[in-house]
Design a protein around this ligand. Structure first.
Ligand code: GLN
Ligand code: ZN
Length: 769
């Protein structure tokens, strides 16, 4: 394929870059500042150094425009809250006393003042701080950070483009402030917010910004006509300002849908669109609206959320098609590179051949630059890059890691019957009742018990070689003994082994499955200074041997009460990993499900009467567009049923999810066909029990009665009151008694008393039934 040179030189850019630095210097400096070990000036100097280093890397890689303002001490939505002066009342004094300390107080709270709520940034694993707004909110422009960072980049001789959260997305992500009516719609503040954005834009222009990017990812979700109308109004207003830089309205994570024609017509100077994944369909939509005559199109053709090398030829073809559809076409990653690790060059333990399939932020930047060059000068100008890329893609497609014939044969042979238990729930329930002999209102926990210092030390010692495997496993067995004997003494009915051998509920399994890779430095920001290192699901998945059986069997050998086996479900195994992009996720999920199914069957054979398959990620991976929900839920629930479908009637399958709002997936929860589900409910006063009942959920459920996110110990009366509420919704023979979630972040003293109270509450209520 050859591409004709574009009329104007295509520029290469990105919308944001990992903030932490090569060795997570930012995390260390911020946490040092919190502990009083690093001064504010030292922290500022570290931050400025990291910004400079990033810009220099980006410019040296050949980017024509570098993003500015994407840097953050904690979160870019919180930075926007500061920029528009929407400081919550309770934090105002702290912010006025010291801007930096006040900023961290909003992010983390203080002894006396609650932080802003934190929630997921769209369907990523990044969390932002939710703006709190009300009818009395008055915005004021405070663009100090944005202007200062712009000046820093200009001083380096770069072409910077400030990146801001757009006004519509900002309001759509906000919630009513405490004390404000729950039905208050923050979008009603748009007319008050726009003049503030106008002021910020004027200041950025005055400081030397030719372009400013306004991010509107909220417009890739389903939006009401009123919300679309607000977006139209916002960009008519900002677009017709006289004192403004050129405006680039950016969307990412999915397609714009109904917002596309509206933004295409808006008096702004450019649009940034995502052409990866589900958003690739946007190409036709763009043609259908007649393209973007007179506008700049920034085409996100390098996936900014996965870790895989781009198919350069395919991207060039997309870019070639786009050439005719806009005044000029520039090249970018689909979204900020914040969501991927920094550099594959830092990895030492991954096979060099396999490493060539991976692209982190640094490699993705190089891909964007290559594509812009190819688009400008024709494919001849990048023939070496194209040849190398072809070779890497071919090596990936032909590798034994990505093509395991045994796994493929087995996946292809899956039948519908494999995804169903042999009997319907009602018959299984009777068999389980007879087999388990549990009392009414059976008590259990969600799996993990406090991860003690002794345990963490033992794990660290194992890593550094100070302890050998035998010594470490002795420690794990000692923990299991303690957990089992505590549960017996307390009188819990279905026991757990406490998960002491697990560092993380996904990583633990990923390390034992063939097809997953671990990185050494693949950190991505989850929130604030918390970074996670997701495993890379690179190849066909198989299970060389049992993963949990010996620990569960050991626990069962210590007690005559039933011990519950504990696994992470297939959807969560995908959601909290970087998943291969060379086959549909449904196929990958099926492979993981089959590996887990073997574990489930092995647990049963080893005498495990109850097995819990956790799926806390089921809801968070819901596609952004509701039109895509049914297809997702079909493969997700099928993967769960394939995992659990191989056991006898009398084996009881539990599942667990950690949230209280699940209205949009209640049917999917039903479709999992688990025998028992535990859910978070303590804070919402058993609302989930009422919702399950309203749906006609026919199985057993354990709405949590102990909020494990707080160090508070609920008394027996409190648990009893919650259980009474539960009993109003669900019959006594279908109600379980358990905490909201696992106990690994709690301390032993809290856990002990809370569980004693929980058991006491269940025992008291049983005598009343
Ligand atoms: N079994 C896990 C635990 O108890 C479940 C954790 C979760 O739902 N996130 O820790
Ligand atoms: Zn949970």
């Amino acid at each position: 394929m050859t591409t004709k040179p574009a009329s104007a030189a295509a520029r290469a850019t990105v919308y944001g870059y990992p903030r932490q630095g090569r060795n997570r210097e930012l995390k260390k400096a911020i946490e040092g500042y919190w502990k009083g070990r690093v001064t504010a000036d030292a922290l500022r100097a570290t931050a400025a150094g990291l910004r400079r280093a990033n810009w220099r890397d980006l410019a040296e890689a050949g980017l024509h425009e570098v993003p500015v303002g994407d840097f953050s001490y904690y979160d870019h939505v919180l930075d926007t809250t500061v920029m528009v002066g929407a400081i919550p009342e309770r934090h105002r004094a702290a912010v006025e006393a010291d801007a930096l300390d006040g900023y961290f107080a909003m992010a983390r709270g203080t002894q006396d003042v609650a932080p802003l709520e934190m929630t997921k940034w769209f369907d990523t694993n990044y969390h932002y701080l939710v703006p709190e707004l009300g009818p009395d909110t008055r915005f004021t422009a405070d663009p100090g950070k944005q202007v200062a960072e712009l000046r820093e980049a200009l001083a380096l001789g770069l072409t910077p483009r400030p990146v801001l959260v757009g006004p519509v997305t900002y309001l759509l992500l906000a919630k009513p402030a405490p004390g404000v009516a729950a039905d208050f719609d923050p979008l009603t503040l748009l007319d008050r917010l726009l003049p503030v954005y106008a002021e910020v834009l004027a200041d950025l222009r005055a400081a030397g910004a030719p372009w400013v990017q306004l991010d509107e990812p909220a417009l890739v979700q389903d939006r009401t006509p009123a919300e679309l109308g607000a977006a139209e109004r916002a960009y008519r207003h900002l677009g017709t300002l006289t004192d403004r830089p050129k405006l680039l309205v950016a969307s990412y994570f999915d397609r714009l849908g109904d917002a596309l024609p509206l933004l295409a017509k808006a008096p702004v100077d450019g649009l940034a669109l995502d052409f990866t994944g589900a958003a690739a369909a946007q190409l036709d939509a763009l043609a259908a609206v007649g393209g973007l005559p007179g506008k700049r199109l920034v085409a996100g053709v390098v996936n900014g959320r996965n870790v895989w090398v781009n198919d350069l030829a395919k991207s060039l073809a997309t870019l070639g098609t786009l050439l005719g559809l806009a005044d000029r076409v520039d090249v970018a990653a689909s979204c900020s590179l914040l969501h991927v690790p920094l550099d594959t060059g830092a990895e030492r333990d991954i096979d060099p051949q396999v490493l060539r399939w991976l692209a982190f932020a640094r490699q993705k930047t190089a891909e964007v630059v290559t594509l812009a060059k190819g688009l400008t000068h024709g494919t001849g100008a990048i023939s070496a890059e194209l040849a190398a890329n072809r070779a890497d893609l071919a090596s990936r497609a032909d590798s034994a890691l990505t093509r395991d014939p045994a796994v493929r044969a087995r996946t292809a042979a899956v039948t519908d019957a494999d995804t169903r238990r042999s009997q319907p729930y009602s018959e299984r329930a009777a068999a389980q009742r007879a087999h388990l002999g549990l009392p009414l209102l059976p008590t259990t926990t969600i799996g993990s018990f406090p991860q003690t210092t002794a345990l963490r030390t033992a794990r660290a010692d194992l890593r550094t070689g100070r302890t050998d495997t035998a010594g470490y496993e002795d420690r794990v067995r000692a923990e299991i003994q303690e957990v089992i004997s505590f549960q017996e003494q307390t009188g819990l009915d279905v026991l757990v082994h406490g998960e002491p051998e697990r560092n993380d509920m996904v990583q633990y399994f990923a390390e034992q499955l063939t097809g997953y890779l671990a990185t050494q430095h693949g950190w991505v920001q989850s929130y604030g200074t918390r970074y996670v290192r997701p495993p890379v699901l690179a190849g066909d998945i198989s299970r060389p041997g049992p993963m949990t059986v010996r620990w569960t069997a050991y626990a069962q050998s210590l007690t005559s009460r039933p011990v519950k086996g504990m696994l992470t479900g297939p959807v969560t195994m995908l959601a909290w990993s970087f998943v291969r992009d060379d086959q549909p996720p449904a196929d990958t999920a099926r492979q993981v499900a089959l590996a887990l199914r073997d574990e489930v069957v092995d647990l049963e054979a080893a005498g495990t009467p109850v097995i819990q398959v956790d799926e806390p990620a089921l809801r968070e991976t819901l596609p952004l567009r509701t039109a895509d929900h049914p297809a997702y839920l079909a493969w997700a629930t099928e993967a769960f049923r394939l995992t659990t479908g191989g056991v006898r009637n009398r084996t009881q399958i539990h599942t667990h999810m950690c949230y209280a709002e699940f209205g949009d997936i209640v049917q999917a929860i039903d479709d999992l066909d688990a025998d028992v589900i535990s859910l978070e409910a303590a804070r919402s006063h058993m609302q989930v029990a009422r919702e399950l009942a309203a749906h006609g959920y026919p199985r057993e459920a354990g709405p949590g009665v102990y909020d494990i996110h707080s160090p508070r110990v609920p008394g027996p009366e409190e648990a009893m009151a919650l259980l009474r509420k539960g009993l109003e919704a669900l019959p006594a023979d279908r109600l379980w008694v358990n905490p909201d979630c696992g106990l690994k972040t709690r301390t032993w003293p809290e856990t002990r008393t809370s569980l004693e109270n929980l058991v006491h509450a269940a025992h008291t209520l049983r005598t009343e039934l």
